[in-house]
Write a protein that binds this ligand. Structure first.
Ligand SMILES: [Zn+2]
Length: 210
């Protein structure tokens, strides 16, 4: 058990957007299935933050930005290797909207990420160059939060990097694994479980929260 959810706890709901659900540009298999669980989980938290992947057209994480490249191939960008994705979560499009059935009216912040054309951002805290901060750590610290529960899409990318960076920023972190779904590119699910375990970040079920 994780104990009672309190005033210093926050639920971070990652990228529950149309494009990451079946029918979307970068569908995470069964991504839509977590919405009811996430809604129930969020109801147990006084404080919730949402993230929203939010790319300009022609973003350098899109395979379509490179002639001859296919999604899930990689390219070397200034900051290192970048997986190429199908176009997704383009600013102002329906695909970029949060799921309409996500019922979290009390969410206090919607943090957009990935808006720099040249830099992807899996993490809610630090972009993929590992230098550019989103400002979320400062926001959470200033508001006095100490423990972060993470849920959403996709488990092996944006959830993983958000959880790891939250840990590095000194927050206590727990991943609510049944309230996540993954993509699994080249063994990324197993790698995520291994990396979270190495950092001592627990993966728990939603039923044990609150
Ligand atoms: Zn993206």
């Amino acid at each position: 058990m994780t104990g009672q959810v309190g005033e210093r706890d926050i639920l971070l709901i990652v990228d529950l957007q149309n494009d990451f659900c079946p029918g979307g540009g970068l569908a995470v298999p069964h991504g839509d299935e977590i919405v009811p669980l996430v809604n129930g989980l969020a109801a147990r938290f006084a404080h919730v933050v949402l993230t929203q992947d939010w790319h300009p057209r022609g973003h350098l994480s899109f395979a379509s930005s490179y002639p001859g490249k296919q999604p899930y191939e990689t390219v070397d960008l200034a900051y290192g290797t970048q997986v190429l994705w199908p176009d997704h979560c383009v600013q102002g499009t329906r695909g970029a909207e949060l799921r309409a059935d996500l019922a979290v009216p009390h969410a206090e912040l919607v943090l957009r990420k990935g808006y720099h054309r040249e830099i992807d951002s899996y993490s809610a805290f630090v972009e993929n160059d590992r230098k550019t901060a989103t400002g979320l750590a400062g926001y959470l610290r200033e508001r006095g939060f100490t423990r972060i529960f993470v849920a959403g899409l996709a488990f092996d990318f944006c959830v993983r990097y958000s959880a790891e960076d939250a840990h590095r920023e000194g927050f206590k972190v727990t991943v609510v694994e049944d309230a996540c779904r993954g993509i699994d590119v080249a063994g990324s699910m197993a790698q995520t479980r291994r990396c979270l375990a190495e950092l001592g970040i627990p993966c728990i079920g939603a039923g044990t929260v609150g």
